[in-house]
Design a protein around this ligand. Sequence first.
Ligand code: BGC
Length: 813
Amino acid sequence: MEQQKRYGHFDDQHREYVITDPQTPWPWINYLGNEDFFSLISNTAGGYSFYKDAKFRRITRYRYNNVPMDNGGRYFYVKDGETVWNPGWKPCKTPLDFYECRHGMSYTRITGRKNEVEASVLFFVPLKKWAEVQKLTLTNQSKETKQLKLFSFEEWCLWNAATDMENFQRNFSTGEVEIEGSTIYHKTEYRERRNHYAFYHVNAPIQGFDTDRETFVGLYNEFANPDAVMEGKPRNSHAHGWSPIASHYIEATLAPGESKDFVFLLGYIENEQDKKFSAPQVINKEKAHALIAELDTTEKVDKAFAELNEYWDALLNIYNVRTGNDKLDRMVNIWNQYQCMVTFNFSRSASFFESGVGRGMGFRDSNQDLVGFVHQIPPRARQRIIDIASTQFPDGGCYHQYQPLTKRGNNDIGGGFNDDPCWLIFGTVAYIKETGDFSILDEMVPFDNQPGSEVTLFEHLKISMDHVIKNLGPHMLPLIGRADWNDCLNLNCFSWDPNESFQTTENVSEGTKAESLMIAGLFVVTGKDYVALCKQIGKNDEAERMQQAVDAMVEAVKKHGWDGEWYLRAYDFYGRKIGSNECEEAKIFIESQGWCTMAEIGAEEGMVAKSLDSCKKYLECEHGMVLNNPAFTKYIYEYGEISSYPEGYKENAGIFCHNNPWVIIGECIAGRGNDAWSHYAKILPSYVEEKYQTLHKVEPYVNCQMVAGKDAFRPGEGKNSWLTGTAAWMWYTVSEFILGIKPDYDGIRIDPCLPETATDYTVSRKFREADYEITIHPNGSQKGVKQITLDGQPIQGTVIPYSAGKHIVEVTM
Ligand code: BGC
């Protein structure tokens, strides 16, 4: 094993990851903003901002997959004599005397030092504000007076990020700006249908500016050597068409030891139709002035930053564990929860692997994300459930994705993914268990957002279950439709045309026998949840009806879904087995092992234990469990996209981190704590961070969607970081199944599953109006609670009955 270079380390006390070398193996990014205004920011200040929707309201421009990598961002150029440098090293790449990037909870601080001048920039989006603050502190650490020239830089995106990249015949003529004092306004298309504009402001007088990119940079230069900066002279250019930018020019004289703050503000404003203009063609800037006034001093900015930190203190105080294992504690208490918030906000729309134009909010994705987030801000989870359910069709099917700005289903992708409906139950049940708020079931929710079509949310859940029951195949197993969780298992697609997308091309559904064991397991798990929910609300007949369907599904799986050593994965269009020992390749798949073991199908007959053993035997490798084994080595027309990937990557035998937790939960339910832990630690970022920073490539503080599997060219290499259901599943697994603190309708159920080596640990858990301090004494046991005391009194069973206030709980295993 080659010695792995390290690029940074955790700073748990500050809840930060500290990057000490700007040349990370891939840009290591962070997210700013919590609700409406968002930014992506890399460790060299690359990235972009948008309002609500990365496609329709892109504020600044970014170039994906460019040369050099990570091109475009908020750049500060410091010209000190003949030396030009950036605090984040890029784009000039002038070697720095010191560099550090601290990614924290919704903020990033980048500090660079060169020739005894330090520039430190704090980036964050204040709570409830539509703006990114960039507080730049310049310090002269030398013994001489420094006369510095400072240039800021942002490049505007012409709002729609997709057409911004393609419709140049129009775009090069539409760009418009206004300049007023130290503020540069971007108002492309404001003259017509847009009621929004953006601005870039600094709270100091400026000695010049630029708004036209070619004038500032020079047509044949790069961001690394813009003409204006190199010469130390702004051009005061006024953009008309082409590519509008915003650059302030400031001359700063700093005495020895002196420090100066400059607050830059990138803001977004929406105006009412009748208040768009203050004079013909002049934007009404009232709201911009007001926003600027709220953030135009260091004191105001520091206060807003303190509020942001308090917000995160509160969020991360809801669930906090002390196990004595730093690597576990930092993931549970900080980074896993943080990533859950980010995936809740973005689904799979905007990362450094998701361009922000392709995908909106996924139906299944968002329901899963919610499970990782619901304990943090339940009212937002509630709204999300309603939004998601509103994209459902009357037959229980649903749009696979919707756009966050419009909340309308995405017609390009359409529907037909037959696992989708079940996830609505998964999300809703998690919400009710966390909050005790059954009233959500009575909310009136439309179909496909059509006014007048409203039925209760409960009705949506019912038709979701029914959608599965009404779409069973010849073995009485669920028909797969376009695909199930595995978007790439396209059993009804049959494509030889490289110009068509596996995901959107017309599927053959007539005569199909393609059934999914993954949906079967998912149906049993969510069906049991649904039955329990019905009983809670007194719908006993409905509970009985669904129990029968669940029982029937269990029987169908036992009869037609078991291969001898593991569960089958599916049946293809013609009714042939997939994921069977009889198959030439891909004999075993992870998804059905995960879901059928979670559902405990055939536990008495030994199926669960055998399936879990098979995962260890055939799927596990050094970096986690692969999706299928052996990998496909050739394209199979009947299977679709899954077999299109080279061996070991993505859905073809990659380690899809998302589904490792399914098996881990299966292990926990089966009481096999040692195995659960060893699978979990393999994909826990803090363990990977210690060993594999170079190999892993992507951010070591969050999970990525996929790590190259054992059959890949470079096993262990990570891809698609940040936006993955892995975040929520890792959270669900560790918080509820390993550490064993499970919200339930009537209280908190305690049911840990631990490695034998686990020592005593304490979880502080806020739950509704209660505060629990729960200490678990494992006593070398992997599973099984012997005794619980609540405030000193022994209780019956394993559910701590809910009551408001502070409580001390002791658990003996
Ligand atoms: C998608 C998920 C899907 C998974 C497996 C992800 O990229 O967002 O919806 O389940 O891939 O195909």
